[in-house]
Design a protein around this ligand. Sequence first.
Ligand SMILES: Cc1cc2nc3c(=O)[nH]c(=O)nc-3n(C[C@H](O)[C@H](O)[C@H](O)COP(=O)(O)OP(=O)(O)OC[C@H]3O[C@@H](n4cnc5c(N)ncnc54)[C@H](O)[C@@H]3O)c2cc1C
Length: 469
Amino acid sequence: MRPMARVTIIGGGPGGYEAALVAQQLGAEVTVVDRDGLGGSAVLTDCVPSKTLIATAELMSDMTLARDLGIHFRDHQGDPATELYADLGVVNKRVKSLALAQSSDIESRLARRGIRIVKGTGRIDADKRQVIATWTEDDAEEAIESDAVLIATGARPRVLPTAQPDGERILTWEQVYDLDELPSHMIVVGSGVTGAEFASAYLNLGSQVTLVSSRDRVLPGEDADAATVLQDVLERQGMNILSKSRMESVSRDGDEVTVRLTDGREVTGSHCILALGSIPNTEGLGLEEAGIELDEGGFIRTDKVSRTSAYGVYAAGDCTGGFMLASTAAMAGRIAMRHFLGDAVIPMDLKEVAANVFTAPEIATVGYSQAQVDSGEVVADTLRLDLKGNPRAKMQGITDGFVKLISRPGTGVVIGGVVVGPRASELIHPITLAVSTGLTVDQIANTFTVYPSISGSTAEAARRLHHVE
Ligand SMILES: Cc1cc2nc3c(=O)[nH]c(=O)nc-3n(C[C@H](O)[C@H](O)[C@H](O)COP(=O)(O)OP(=O)(O)OC[C@H]3O[C@@H](n4cnc5c(N)ncnc54)[C@H](O)[C@@H]3O)c2cc1C
């Protein structure tokens, strides 16, 4: 380990702050330059706020099941009450205060560990050994000498000239938390993970929802069986999903928002969320001058230990593209620091990344996909077991969802899995453990599960994949 190596990190999201903690632990002198608040978009506008909103939506969804499980609501006079509603002003107040509190917790944690925080905008000097920080408060500039630089500047919502957000009714995902009242009709443009999560959330919160999807089904990048289950559930609950429908423009007239499609159709609602993907925050950072390679989308190219093409400059998180997740950003940042500071490094293996779509039902995935098996890219056995046969699912009134395991034919080693159902994000963990440590289906099948439990279906799926030679 180099004595008191100086590390400067631009960006205080999970890619940056997790790296800062590791670098400090390994003995470096660390400075984090961040312009919008510690925790980054993950904590302030994206991951934490959306999952907090979804926590309310999830409870609303559970409550609609209540009647099937024998629970009824009464008003204060004892008469049956049927209407449940979400007070979005209260919900969003909670969302924002939780996000701010988490940001401030992260800031305090870094400060307690002696990490210097500069509230400002950073860029790297062409000789790469300096970060120039412009302080937010007084516009003063400071050159921070550094032995290594980590760029973790994240990404922002993509907007189009024909669909400009106004922050009131035409919204990016960062702007939805200023709404005081539940939109009567939310149009969500984009059916990738972000679009699907917001569409599902507003539907469960009680809005009428139209989802505009340019593809033939929602979540085109996810397991096709899982996406089909989700689409069935959403349509059964009344969502209007416009498949193969490409948005041309979005405009507002008073309280009305109109989404025009390229085939001439129009959809009118009260609000619209644009979920059109992300673009990296890589402009104005001095990257080209420093000889740092970007791809065609403007994302920084890195290797498996987060090195860029310039010596001593690392990059992590959304600004590098790939799996754009808080967990992968944090891991890439930690790996960068371990690599630079000479600690043991395990290079990033994207096949071990567990990811979740927080819709109702949730969709969690890890490892090789069914699409890779179907295309012949990987030879594997797959088995899907629907949850409707699971005793715990029956007790809980869960009718939709499944567990899918993907394993090597000869050895039975688990190389992938999908879980669709409530809390799939929790249920994927044993499968992730199996994928990352090379467990076989027999090892999973022979491990006790609680009876009754949803995870019993994972063990049962593994049992069914057992080979008799
Ligand atoms: C709606 C939504 C929901 C999501 N939910 C999840 C989820 O549930 N789970 C999950 O794992 N991931 C989720 N993600 C993805 C996750 O939010 C990102 O992958 C994560 O934020 C990436 O972290 P990061 O550190 O790369 O960047 P960010 O979190 O974007 O942080 C970057 C920071 O850098 C700062 N910055 C930028 N440029 C400069 C500069 N020049 N100088 C100084 N500071 C700068 C920014 O202000 C920001 O604070 C979600 C994304 C979206 C859009």
